[in-house]
Design a protein around this ligand. Structure first.
Ligand SMILES: *[C@@H]1O[C@H](CO)[C@@H](O)[C@H](O)[C@H]1NC(C)=O
Ligand SMILES: *[C@@H]1O[C@H](CO)[C@@H](O)[C@H](O)[C@H]1NC(C)=O
Ligand SMILES: *[C@@H]1O[C@H](CO)[C@@H](O)[C@H](O)[C@H]1NC(C)=O
Ligand SMILES: *[C@@H]1O[C@H](CO)[C@@H](O)[C@H](O)[C@H]1NC(C)=O
Ligand SMILES: *[C@@H]1O[C@H](CO)[C@@H](O)[C@H](O)[C@H]1NC(C)=O
Ligand SMILES: *[C@@H]1O[C@H](CO)[C@@H](O)[C@H](O)[C@H]1NC(C)=O
Ligand SMILES: *[C@@H]1O[C@H](CO)[C@@H](O)[C@H](O)[C@H]1NC(C)=O
Length: 415
């Protein structure tokens, strides 16, 4: 049996920020918008400035007390009056980080933003702005950091003079994802923004979601692929395990995430262990099957303690695919252990098993050993339907795009 795939996420090697998107080794055609404008200060005419702690600003996912974003695809959402929105990004913004932003239910746009600079995302010439129907007010603006390692710092939000920010209340349901590179969209086209975590959370259209996932991380508290801590430790913390997290907050005692200050999760989706299972992850000594199992058995009650009303869904791990004879088989990772964790809590009623086998095939995995965009969409679609059937959550995204730039079509219909 030839092992074709070994999963990794060499997070510590990724330090350069470029905005070139590759597709099958070719540079992908992109339409990033240059949104940078001259600095807007308190004296700039025509503008009104809000600080990052304005109560109308809703931060999605994990952000710290300096208004720096962490983990995968964190977001910012607010309503506004007028026809202008600009944001000043603080110095703790990763240089050139690619953000997605949209007005109302229009398609997402992409722009790379700069530390210490001001970017204008909405102006009177923004397509669609003038088409807003009376029932579509207040106008909403949303921004998502597309990456998992890079982040932004919100320093200020600027609107037209004599207009104001409007608080958009959160949706009543919340999903939390706990994972690694798979959930955070490593090597997907737009990374976290193309990953199944984002696709599920945004796919429902009426739920809040937080993607506490980072490439290479283990569940067991070991140094895996350069991530100094495992999820059983890091999930309790605000920052992730990126190099910038250690620069900004140090290694000793990063701030704890204040679970009580945020709406509790109704559903927690856990996909973790693929890195624990990989003896090449660099952990010294390697994580053993028994350590993984014990960590998982300990972790479930920790999640339950924080979110006592949450349904916790354990995803089985596909790991990769091997060529066997004239076909392929899924390798799987810790298949028995994940199922054993489910069985250990089954009678408590709040832990569920999501069998991922059969959703992905070998050609849904890209050369970086992670799902392709198609693979992510398949996983997300199945998990969403599972949640709908199991917990009765209906789909509320019924038009506006969720997966950006996935419009592939055949215009040579008679080949
Ligand atoms: C704003 O204008 C005042 C008065 O002219 C000046 O003292 C102040 O330095 C200016 N502030 C900024 C941020 O430019
Ligand atoms: C925001 O921060 C400023 C300066 O730190 C402070 O004066 C203000 O009261 C804060 N506003 C809110 C809504 O917390
Ligand atoms: C960035 O840092 C410089 C130098 O410390 C400071 O002057 C500037 O105000 C900072 N800008 C922002 C947006 O935080
Ligand atoms: C991204 O930002 C960098 C730095 O501002 C700039 O040089 C580059 O052209 C931008 N790339 C795209 C695709 O917009
Ligand atoms: C929207 O309306 C404003 C004011 O009437 C106008 O200046 C602007 O060009 C319009 N924008 C678009 C995209 O049509
Ligand atoms: C990884 O998981 C597979 C499938 O459950 C198992 O056979 C294998 O022993 C595990 N590897 C390690 C290093 O624990
Ligand atoms: C998961 O699904 C696969 C494929 O249908 C099946 O072979 C396997 O038995 C299932 N695992 C569990 C624990 O039900």
């Amino acid at each position: 049996m030839r092992l074709l795939s070994t999963l990794c996420g060499l997070a510590s090697l990724v330090t350069l920020s470029t905005s070139t998107i590759f597709q099958n080794g070719q540079e992908r055609e992109t339409h990033f918008i240059d949104t940078r404008v001259a600095p807007i200060t308190a004296n700039s005419t025509g503008w009104k400035t809000y600080g990052p702690n304005a109560t109308e600003l809703a931060y999605k996912g994990r952000w710290d007390s300096k208004h720096v974003s962490w983990w995968a695809a964190p977001g910012l959402k607010f309503g506004f009056e007028g026809q202008n929105v600009a944001i000043t990004f603080g110095n703790l913004t990763s240089q050139g980080v690619l953000v997605a932003y949209r007005l109302g239910g229009l398609d997402w746009h992409m722009s790379n933003v700069t530390a210490g600079a001001t970017h204008q995302f909405v102006s009177p010439s923004t397509p669609g702005l003038n088409l807003t129907q009376p029932w579509q007010f207040p106008l909403t603006f949303e921004l998502r950091v597309t990456n998992w390692a890079y982040g932004v710092q919100i320093a200020a939000v600027h609107l037209s003079t004599s207009s104001k920010l409007i608080k958009i209340p959160p949706y009543s349901k919340t999903i939390e994802f706990i994972g690694d590179s798979l959930t955070s969209g490593y090597s997907a086209t737009y990374e976290a923004f193309s990953g199944f975590g984002y696709n599920i959370g945004a796919g429902f259209g009426n739920v809040e979601f937080s993607i506490t996932a980072y490439p290479g991380i283990c569940l067991h508290d070991a140094d895996c692929w350069g991530n100094p801590r495992g999820q059983e430790y890091q999930w309790h913390r605000t920052p992730d395990t990126s190099p910038r997290a250690y620069q900004i907050w140090g290694a000793a005692d990063p701030p704890k995430w204040d679970f009580a200050a945020h709406p509790p999760a109704d559903i927690v989706i856990i996909n973790i262990g693929t890195n624990d299972n990989n003896t090449a992850n660099g952990a010294e000594p390697p994580v053993t099957r028994d350590q993984y199992l014990r960590s998982y058995l300990d972790f479930i009650p920790e999640v339950h303690a924080v979110y006592p009303k949450a349904q916790i869904v354990l995803m089985s791990l596909w790991n990769g695919f091997s060529a066997v004879g004239n076909s392929f088989v899924q390798t799987g990772a810790y298949t028995d252990e994940v199922y054993a964790v489910y069985k250990a809590f089954e009678s408590d009623g709040y832990v569920h098993y999501f069998n991922s086998t059969g959703i992905l095939q070998h050609n849904d995995i890209g050369p970086q050993w992670h799902p392709t965009d198609v693979g992510h969409v398949k996983i997300a679609s199945h998990v969403m339907q599972y949640i709908r059937l199991k917990f009765g959550w209906e789909f509320a995204a019924t038009g506006p795009e969720v997966q950006h730039e996935t419009l592939y079509w055949n215009d040579e219909v008679r080949y």
